[in-house]
Design a protein around this ligand. Structure first.
Ligand code: ADP
Ligand code: MG
Length: 225
């Protein structure tokens, strides 16, 4: 088993508002796993995803990304770790309207210092994998919501990340499109890659191999399907 992600005793306090968003969470995720993180609104899902994704630092505890503790690294090194190891998918897609679909996907490799030609070649491959090769030269606004999310998925996976992190990826989609998107994301789990999806949708959660449930910032259930 290749562990790609490990949290040890992770706590996140927001002292100004007196909130403990994440309280002493331990979590180990292996390559090949598809994990749903569920829980009611305010339970700490997004905070946890931001910590898993090294976008926020924990107040205390260790965040190991493929064995490296991000909590111990300076900001520049954390950015490099994120660029090489992680891929993100968000509810709002976060595509750049002034770029083509192909160039949006290519930005997934920007922070690795990969030359432009190679970025675009890899982006074309990734678009093929999400079934959008025929939309490469469109602008994001010319795509359906499902196609926009496919573009965002291609951007997340273009560099072959160790972990794909998705925060409510079906939140802006109808249920049948959402189900296709979830199947597509889950399909990127494999020998070197884990998929973590944050969702409050029980159907989405049930389609993942493992479900971790949060309440008040704590893990209250961790079950394999
Ligand atoms: P969820 O995604 O499950 O709805 P969040 O992780 O967004 O939950 O929030 C967990 C708790 O932390 C909530 O009480 C929220 O108000 C609080 N919180 C989240 N982000 C911040 C922040 N930047 N500053 C202060 N409190 C925050
Ligand atoms: Mg949230």
């Amino acid at each position: 088993m290749t562990v790609v992600l490990q949290l040890r005793g992770v706590t996140k306090l927001y002292p100004r508002v007196g909130v403990t968003a994440i309280a002493d969470v331990d979590l180990t995720v292996a390559a090949g796993e598809t994990l749903a993180i569920t829980g009611p609104s305010g339970s700490g899902k997004s905070t946890l995803l931001n910590i898993l994704g090294t976008l926020e630092r924990p107040t205390s505890g260790a965040v190991l990304i493929s064995g490296t503790d991000a909590a111990q690294l300076p900001d520049r090194a954390v950015s490099a770790l994120r660029a090489w190891r992680l891929g993100f998918v968000f509810q709002q897609f976060h595509l750049l309207e002034h770029l083509s679909v192909l160039d949006n996907v290519a930005t997934g490799l920007l922070y690795r210092g990969v030359p432009g030609g190679q970025r675009r070649a890899a982006a074309a491959d990734a678009l093929e994998q999400v079934g959008l090769a025929h939309r490469a030269h469109h602008r994001p606004s010319q795509l359906s919501g499902g196609e926009q999310q496919r573009t965002a998925i291609a951007r997340a996976v273009v560099g072959g990340p160790d972990i794909v992190l998705a925060d409510e990826p079906t939140g802006n989609l109808d249920s049948s499109t959402g189900a296709q998107i979830i199947r597509l994301i889950a399909g990127f789990a494999g020998p070197g890659t884990a998929v973590v999806v944050i969702t409050h949708d029980p159907t989405v959660a049930a389609s993942m191999g493992r479900q971790v449930r949060l309440r008040d910032g704590r893990v209250v259930a961790d079950v394999a399907a």
